[in-house]
Design a protein around this ligand. Structure first.
Ligand code: ZN
Ligand code: ZN
Length: 143
């Protein structure tokens, strides 16, 4: 059977999920159920450059065996109501899919090292070329 997933605003521990969408195929395999499919997930993430929280969209491929009761497998199981306990497996998949150096966009300008303004919002007025005189002396030394 196919299970359409369309959930919004799920909190998975430290992850804030904007939405989870996709279709999962459930296939009975012995005493377990194979869950297979592609999910699109949006999670809140923080840009390493400008520290802004933004929504990161991920495409996840899910392929897991679920037990038919939590006693057989406390994490990967389908409960009595038939509803899939997707939360924990999803969290792991999402954590694996999130890149380490997350930026809100490839050309993110980051924060000004002097005044801390988000430079994506516009220039802050600090003189970026202004070099500490001591550093300037060091620079000459290194040339
Ligand atoms: Zn950024
Ligand atoms: Zn500045």
């Amino acid at each position: 059977m196919d299970l359409a997933v369309d959930e919004s605003h799920q909190v998975l521990g430290d992850l804030n999920v904007g939405f989870v969408r996709g279709t999962l195929r459930l296939t009975r395999a012995n005493r377990r159920v194979l869950v297979n499919g592609q999910l699109q997930v949006a999670v809140d993430a923080e840009c390493v450059r400008c520290l802004t929280t933004f929504q990161l969209k991920l495409d996840l491929h899910i392929e897991e065996l679920f037990a038919l009761s939590p006693s057989a497998d406390p994490v990967y199981f389908i409960d009595e109501g038939g509803w899939l306990n997707l939360l924990q497996p999803l969290r792991e998949q999402i954590l694996l899919a999130v890149p380490i150096h997350l930026v809100c966009r490839p050309d993110c300008k980051g924060l000004c090292s002097q005044c801390g303004q988000n430079l994506n919002d516009g220039p802050c007025g600090c003189d970026a070329d202004k070099i500490d005189p001591r550093l300037a002396a060091l620079k000459t030394l290194l040339q």
